[in-house]
Design a protein around this ligand. Structure first.
Ligand SMILES: [Zn+2]
Length: 228
């Protein structure tokens, strides 16, 4: 293959254009900062999908004029202005109408209720169990029986509401080691948790289907209180 290395790396770059790129970048970067300040957002820890879309749109409008000779600055500024107007308008209508807000931002989803997974939550493709377990571990949760309610927020964050220590039930362990000890054939009487829905049952030795979701995979349930 005959590859033109000079064209690949340098193109029609010369010293004066290199200087121009630096100036263009400084200007566009300041513009982006200014626009983000005007948007009223305080930080980016919790971005909804709508806000991510805004950031992507800003980024692509800002990127081209940084290094492209043909792209002037002013059209980009017009794009910025339009984006910020759109952002303001959409947030305004989202504030006015809950229905509109749900369409734009999505809705919070109940993931855990009364120490068990809400049935059907696994079918939602936005719900990844591994990720969810990892989030729970970061909150020092050891098993589902410690959690009264968990809600997946539209920002992707999860809000947890716990049982009091004396209300903690038996639940599905979520630490990797006990969770991996999955059983189909139970060898002794014990309290077991369904790995699929978190339902707990006192079961004899043998094969059993979960009375709640009909799956057949169990782990030994635990009922430790949550230490914080
Ligand atoms: Zn189940």
């Amino acid at each position: 293959m005959d590859l033109d290395w000079n064209k690949l790396f340098i193109g029609d770059l010369d010293f004066s254009f290199a200087l121009e790129i630096i100036i263009r970048t400084l200007m566009m970067f300041s513009m982006v900062l200014l626009i983000l300040r005007l948007s009223g957002k305080k930080g980016v820890r919790q971005l909804s999908l709508f806000e991510v879309a805004i950031i992507i749109a800003l980024g692509s409008a800002a990127g081209d004029p940084m290094f492209s000779k043909d792209a002037a600055i002013v059209p980009s500024i017009i794009v910025f202005g339009s984006i910020i107007l759109l952002y303001r308008a959409i947030t305004y209508f989202a504030m006015k109408s809950e229905k509109f807000e749900n369409i734009i931002e999505g809705e919070p989803i109940y993931v855990i209720e009364d120490g068990k997974f809400v049935l059907g939550v696994h079918k939602d493709h936005t719900f990844a169990k591994d990720e969810f377990f990892s989030e729970m571990r970061q909150e020092s949760i050891e098993h589902l029986g410690q959690v009264k309610t968990a809600i997946l927020e539209t920002t992707g964050n999860i809000s947890f509401y716990y049982y009091q220590d004396d209300e903690v039930n038996f639940g599905l362990p979520i630490l990797p080691k006990p969770y991996k000890k999955k059983l189909y054939q139970l060898t002794e009487e014990n309290i077991y948790a369904c790995t699929y829905c978190g339902n707990t049952e006192k079961l004899q030795a043998g094969y059993h289907s979960c009375s709640r979701c009909d799956q057949k995979e169990w782990v030994i349930a635990i009922n430790n209180v949550r230490l914080t």
